[in-house]
Design a binder for this molecule. Structure first.
Ligand SMILES: NC(=O)c1ccc[n+]([C@@H]2O[C@H](COP(=O)([O-])OP(=O)(O)OC[C@H]3O[C@@H](n4cnc5c(N)ncnc54)[C@H](OP(=O)(O)O)[C@@H]3O)[C@@H](O)[C@H]2O)c1
Length: 246
């Protein structure tokens, strides 16, 4: 099968490409002119160059694809000080909704986030006092990023119920593993501090999931199901006591 993948050059996208390639699928990956490619070249059959908000590159990206994995996110407007609200809405929310519709009727897998769950209902507490969040828990984000992902999930449901389309949203918590930008890897600062001072202190906690497990869930979403009406799905790859996804 052939999959169109956005954000293929990134941390999770590169792991997804590797996984899909290993399972015998072919991948068309969207990259920007500035994106690093060397680390994913063995796993990508065809690169399409463009910005994910630029509709003129979508037809080339979607050509021959049975399924879409929309994984890219533009952090820049979200991390700007002050936050670039217009830029974020244009580049992330508006573009993703339009891309969802432009890619119909293909199966659509969306990288959401555990940040859709900021406020957790008391009824979701387990006997040991930890929070339990399942796929039926309401989405109550606390920031623009989580609100964007939650909004997209609503559009995935609308595509399913309105058009009989197969859609999935995955909600990873903090993802660890070797990031192509090594210094961004979770644990990098820990190891650095230990090497330099022999000591690392950090209060608090959180839940993590390995990048290869996230990629495996994407692969399972695809390989377990074929683009067809029915069975929408929202998969959480981990359930955090304290949401730490970014
Ligand atoms: N990492 C986590 O802990 C975590 C947790 C939960 C959910 N997620 C979700 O997982 C997805 C991937 O995250 P990540 O951690 O792998 O991020 P990442 O490493 O920063 O990768 C982001 C990818 O998106 C691409 N991109 C950004 N802006 C773009 C644009 N305007 N047009 C086209 N491509 C663009 C980047 O391309 P360049 O290489 O050119 O920058 C890169 O390939 C995101 O949707 C994120 O919300 C991540």
């Amino acid at each position: 099968m052939h999959i169109a993948l956005t954000g293929v050059s990134g941390f999770i996208g590169s792991a997804i490409a590797r996984r899909l390639h290993g399972a015998g699928h072919t991948v068309t990956g969207l990259v920007r002119t500035t994106s690093r490619r060397d680390h994913v070249e063995p796993f990508v059959e065809r690169f399409v160059v463009g910005d994910h908000a630029d509709q003129s590159c979508w037809a080339e990206l979607l050509e021959g694809a049975d399924c879409v994995v929309h994984n890219s996110v533009n952090w820049q407007p979200l991390k700007a000080t002050p936050v670039d609200l217009d830029g974020h809405l244009r580049s992330n929310l508006d573009a993703s909704i339009r891309f969802l519709h432009a890619s119909a009727p293909r199966q659509f897998i969306f990288l959401s986030t555990i940040a859709v769950h900021h406020d957790m209902l008391p009824r979701e507490k387990a006997a040991d006092g930890t929070n339990l969040v399942d796929e039926d828990h309401p989405l109550r984000p606390s920031r623009l990023y989580g609100a964007y992902k939650a909004s997209m999930e609503a559009h995935l449901w609308a595509e399913h119920f309105g058009a009989g389309r197969h859609t999935s949203a995955l909600r990873p918590c903090a993802v660890y593993g070797l990031d192509p930008q090594l210094e961004r890897s979770h644990g990098y600062q820990v190891i650095k501090a230990l090497r330099e001072t022999g000591r690392y202190d950090r209060p608090g906690g959180g839940k993590c999931v390995h990048v290869d497990d996230v990629a495996a869930v994407v692969g399972a979403r695809w390989s377990a199901t074929r683009p067809r009406p029915g069975s929408p799905s929202t998969s959480s790859t981990a359930t955090p006591a304290t949401p730490t996804g970014r």
